[in-house]
Design a protein around this ligand. Structure first.
Ligand code: C5P
Length: 309
């Protein structure tokens, strides 16, 4: 039986890094066809929703000031979408504790949208099927379905069509967060511009990477990390070259711009190595701050507090 919940519902959703991001040509609808391998990381946003007279969004955390608190916020849009579809008023107070960098190329806004969908399904007792949640997710943004799914997955289409990937082991990462964010559309536009002027290298298919992921060996995975958006992100933010270099100098197996950037993600051989690389990188003065994370982790899911409520 479905019951309507009156206490807050709390949902945790992960950041992502693209282990492989092959970007096709610009489509007539303004998007690019992708073949990408998403990987969910233990850098998370916690979103809680509670019934309220009107809709509101509150954001807490280091990056909070950079997040819009109106109808342009993806969590807000998710709430309006689900409310309209279920014929109710969007009376909900949404609180987001941000651990994922804002405009960092790690799907932070998508994580909040995914978390809001899952939370409202429970708060309002909607009993949405997985397919329905994924349909809302894809309408909200290209990365939102993966924020729901988590794990490691191949994305095609705009990135919204997902198939899970077998990945053995936990991989250990260091993330170098940047002072300023990058706009995803601007990075895609820059890639189109670079491609008009020349022929920046294009990623092939991710078959070899899939085999490396199945082997669980980070030294096999590292050299296969690839991102077509990296050239565009570096063109807009040449300083990121120094960040990438510093991570390798600190002992990472490989470094890559995460999605549209500017966060740089470094794959490390072990959890201990990641802590060491993180410490060295934070002393190198090439980024705002450093985080250590691991993956894969699950997608957006309801969490309970310590008392199990
Ligand atoms: O889907 P989403 O709203 O997150 O995408 C943000 C922007 O990123 C799009 O407006 C588009 O400029 C760019 N994009 C793209 N191709 C994709 C995904 C995103 O060009 N597959």
């Amino acid at each position: 039986m479905l019951t309507v919940v009156t206490r807050p519902v709390r949902v945790r959703a992960p950041a992502k890094v693209n282990l492989h991001l092959a970007v096709g040509d610009l489509r007539p609808d303004g998007y690019h066809d992708l073949t990408t391998v998403f990987h969910a990381l233990s850098l998370v946003d916690d979103v809680s929703v509670v019934s309220a007279p009107t809709i509101s969004v509150t954001v807490r955390g280091e990056d909070a000031a950079a997040v819009p608190l109106d109808g342009s916020n993806l969590a807000w849009r998710a709430a309006v979408m689900v409310a309209e579809a279920s014929g109710r008023a969007p009376g909900v107070a949404i609180t987001i504790d941000k651990g994922i960098p804002v405009a960092g190329g790690m799907a932070g806004g998508s994580a909040d949208a995914a978390a809001t969908l899952i939370a409202l399904d429970e708060l309002w007792g909607l009993g949405l099927s997985r397919a329905e949640i994924m349909k809302y997710a894809a309408r909200l943004g290209s990365d939102v379905p993966f924020s729901v799914a988590g794990g490691t997955a191949v994305g095609t289409g705009r990135g919204e069509k997902l198939l899970p990937v077998l990945s053995r082991n936990t991989f250990h990462w260091v993330l170098a967060l940047s002072k300023e964010g990058l706009s995803t559309p601007a990075v895609y536009r820059e890639l189109d511009r670079l491609r008009e002027r020349g022929t920046p290298p294009r990623a092939g298919d991710p078959d070899e990477l899939m085999q490396a992921l199945a082997s669980g060996d980070p030294t096999r995975v590292g050299p296969l990390l690839t991102n077509d958006l990296q050239a565009a992100a570096l063109s807009l933010r040449p300083d990121l070259r120094r960040t990438l270099r510093a991570g390798l100098d600190a002992g990472a197996i490989a470094g890559i711009v995460s999605g549209s950037g500017p966060t740089c993600a470094f794959l490390c051989a072990s959890a201990d190595d990641a802590v060491e690389v993180g410490a060295e990188l934070s002393g190198a003065g090439v980024c705002r701050t450093v985080r250590v994370a691991s993956g894969p982790v699950p997608g957006a899911r309801v969490t309970r507090d310590e008392r199990g409520r």
